[in-house]
Ligand binder design. Structure first.
Ligand SMILES: [Zn+2]
Length: 292
């Protein structure tokens, strides 16, 4: 019997039994639980069979409810059990940039398949409290439909995430990347754009609104480059938006190398890889660029 069904039976049986007559109702309730729920241990079966005292019934009820509660998330939703721990410094240093990229690809496959890792966040918070040794830093748009940690099935202490509207690079973003890679030891920078990006569309249409006006100027060079190749376009032109989105990611990568000698040096030493990708809004899949 499904766990949810068992729990319903347990939760609904107890008040009724208490209100009527524990001795009368008890055997039927326990028989139903034992018959349908194979997880009930031999010990609990023996306790139940020993006698029909209400206190034992209550203990049995508490034990069964705890068991159902403990296993329910895995069995009901199909989530996989905890697979990754918070990284130690030694584990982080042993990873190559290629291995980190493979981990992100695998995590994204789990996200797309709906088999995210089940994590004990409370335990991970405690383990990560003394330091952090993340694998990568991901630069993403602020878009609420792109939950970065989930997209790569990452937990606490796994990755740095830098976000702004349109995933462009500026001095603040670069400072964060230099901290992540040079100081904290991350092995990979991923610049991730996404389909249907409002910031990209705003830059294409040259929107003027408050601070957005200045912010969108960061994306305008990418718009200009695409327009030079294929002609002017608007945000209604899907193909044009797509091209600008990709160009914007490529430009961000180029700016990282151009504006950060620290990161360029790490990349030349083979201690860092910089890659680009686009998040597909329909499938959740990240299409990584071939070039790095
Ligand atoms: Zn966006």
């Amino acid at each position: 019997m499904p766990v949810a069904g068992t729990r319903w039976l347990i939760h609904n049986s107890m008040p009724v039994a208490a209100a009527l007559d524990v001795v009368v109702f008890y055997p039927r309730c326990i028989a139903a639980i034992l018959f349908f729920d194979a997880r009930v241990s031999v010990m609990e079966r023996l306790i139940c069979k020993a006698d029909a005292h209400s206190l034992r019934f209550l203990l049995c009820y508490v034990a069964l409810a705890g068991m159902a509660s403990a296993v329910e998330p895995t069995e009901v939703s199909g989530l996989k059990p905890l697979k990754e721990r918070v990284l130690t410094q030694a584990e982080q240093q042993a990873l190559s940039p290629e291995e980190v990229l493979s981990m992100l690809r695998e995590g994204n496959r789990r996200f797309v398949a709906g088999t995210l890792t089940l994590r004990d966040h409370s335990a991970q918070v405690r383990k990560a409290a003394l330091g952090q040794f993340p694998k990568a830093i991901i630069l993403s748009c602020v878009d609420s439909r792109v939950p970065v940690e989930d997209v790569f099935d990452r937990g606490i202490g796994d990755i740095f995430v830098s976000r702004n509207a349109g995933n462009f690079v500026n001095i603040d973003v670069l400072g964060g990347m230099e901290f992540a890679c040079k100081v904290a030891g991350a092995k990979l920078i991923l610049v991730m754009g996404h389909e249907d990006c409002g910031a990209v569309k705003g830059a294409i249409d040259n929107v003027k609104l408050g601070n957005l006006t200045a912010m969108l100027k960061n994306i305008r060079p990418s718009v200009a480059q695409v327009a030079e190749k294929v002609g002017e376009g608007t945000s209604a032109d899907e193909a044009f938006v797509q091209k600008v989105t990709k160009q914007n990611v490529r430009d961000a990568i180029a700016n990282i190398r151009k504006q950060s000698p620290v990161l360029l040096d790490l990349e030349r030493q083979g201690r860092l890889t910089i890659v680009g990708g686009i998040y597909n809004m329909n499938t959740g899949e990240v299409e990584f660029f071939d070039e790095s």
